[in-house]
Design a protein around this ligand. Sequence first.
Ligand code: HEM
Length: 460
Amino acid sequence: MTDALPPKPTARADRVSLLRYLRLFREDILSAQPQRLYRAWMAEFRTPFFRSFLVNQPDLVKTVLNVRPEDFPKSDRLREGLAPLLGNSVFVTNGATWERQRRIIDPAFEGGRLREAFPAMLAAAEAAVDRLAVRADGQPVEIEAEASHAAADVIFRTLFSIPIEHEVAAEVFGEFRAFQRSQPLVNLAAFLPLPRWLPRPHGTRARRSASRIRQLISRLTEERMASIRAGTAPDDLATKIMTTPDPETGRPFDTGEMVDQVAIFFLAGHETSASALAWALYLLAEFPEVQARVAAEVEALGAGSLGFSDLSRLSFTRDVFREALRLYPPVPMMVRQATRLEQFRDRAVPTGSQIVLSPWHLHRHTRIWENPDSFDPDRWKTEDGRRCQRDAFIPFSSGPRVCPGAGFAMIEGVLLLALLVDRFRYETVAERVPVPQAQLTVRARDGIWLRLHERRHASL
Ligand code: HEM
């Protein structure tokens, strides 16, 4: 571990007016929060519209996510906020609908299926290396965009067996960027239970992008349904999901239900992985001695012939990726709703309150982690690191609503990181220190800029 600390947004002053808070919140939910949340077990926010409780105490987080998740569902407002893009997808539903969706989706992400998806991931990782090879001239490269490109490629190849260059995949990816740019209020929509009379925060442009994305995904899904019926479908994740009957009712997804799920796989599965990968590369650029250890680990295994079973041997690379997920959790906060009166610590939490779980604060909690703001991948091999992993590490959430793509993401992230570090050496750009900011995921305000050099040429 070194003394330098990776970038962290400045917290706001402890007391601000509601209007100022909403304005800050709209810009970035991370810097809108006060410093005390890094050491508080719980904090309450009262506004005229809603009461919300941020919960950092590990056993309370477990109560909400693991012990009684049915008492803390996602709110209807969340669904409304994301409906134009996500419809009724598994990310926003609750109760019986959600249970049915998970029964069909989960088998597609089991270990055996991930092994089958590995060659498609590897092809995407190799394509990412090729794309970057022409940019490895020491000039600054915006690595977030490259990471998004790579992660979108992984999703399309594993789900639909098509690369990102495919006409439909490329258009979904492009529209998605437009959606994000025109949807700056998505944070607000997703997190604040604003009164119904306030205009819903979807711009016309965002609605148009969302509807185009859904149209394109419908096309892919309908074509796939036809090829499944014709017996010509490739054996990928889409085919697996679309041919899995719900074990309880025997009914598989219809095309409409599948469109909703594909939309969330694309959204949840590429933005998040891209964010984690970009921050991991930034951290390696900032800490060259750690970068050299990753490169040595990959070289010892032979990057050219990396197979699925080799991944378990990239244990330091995995610890680096995990440390990036700790410091920059792609999903920085999650919101639930209390459906009955609760007693949390010494406080009454009224029915209808928002419960905010914050991986961002929990992962940097000063009373849980040793040197919480330091980049220290070796911490994961220590007894204390393992304790923290059990108690206060939830980049993929936890409990029944845990991210179904967690195993997928850990394979994808470690694989991409390994191949990208094996081929290139990364350096920070002095005048461009990234400022973390929560957009749909944790991104840098003006991108993450790095200089790339061919590793082997450099050492000749
Ligand atoms: C580094 C990468 C990823 C991270 C950090 C991540 C994180 C998360 C988190 C924190 C949640 C819970 C959100 C909440 O409860 O409010 C979640 C849910 C979800 N994720 Fe991921 N995810 C990643 C990759 C993926 C991938 C690759 C896929 C699929 C291909 C995926 C699909 C989903 C879905 C469908 C849900 C909704 C599950 C439900 O509500 O039952 N994610 N993810």
